[in-house]
Design a binder for this molecule. Structure first.
Ligand SMILES: [Zn+2]
Ligand SMILES: [Zn+2]
Length: 141
């Protein structure tokens, strides 16, 4: 099998907003999957933690729909954009000054309960007390 054949057979995953107007498809595996319990992520997602997968921008094979950006300043004054559907408001991905060429996608938008688990939980000290993590998930303060 050639390398080209192998990449042709790589998984294609599609992230979609609630109304289906904004959709992005990615070829291949994410670079990293993580969760974050910081208060900004709790607010942005409206829930106890964010669960995200980072992909190379080059992994995007389909990108459809209108979007809006909300820019916030993160640690040390670097910008971070939350990109959402203007119709339904789903935060489908983020881009960050510190991660050029990458999209950080909300894993829930893939509608795939078998998606890879997070390798780490950032801001673990903000974790809500009611949930416990698998021991394989590295907790980082
Ligand atoms: Zn939508
Ligand atoms: Zn966070």
């Amino acid at each position: 099998m050639t390398g080209d054949r192998a990449s042709d057979q790589a998984a294609i995953r599609t992230a979609s907003c609630s109304c289906g107007g904004l959709r992005l498809s990615f070829r291949g595996e994410p670079l990293r999957v993580y969760a974050c319990a910081c208060l900004e992520c709790q607010r942005a997602t409206g829930t106890a933690f964010a669960y995200r997968a980072r992909f190379h921008a080059e992994a995007v094979v389909e990108d459809v729909g209108e979007r809006r950006r909300f820019r916030r300043m993160a640690d040390k004054g670097h910008w971070m954009d939350q990109i959402f559907c203007p119709t339904c408001g789903t935060l489908i991905y983020m881009e960050a000054e510190v991660m050029p060429g990458a999209l950080v996608v909300s894993v829930g938008c893939f509608s795939d309960p078998d998606f890879a688990p997070p390798a780490a939980l950032f801001w673990a000290r903000r974790k809500h007390g009611w949930y416990e993590l698998d021991g394989a998930i590295d907790q980082k303060d």
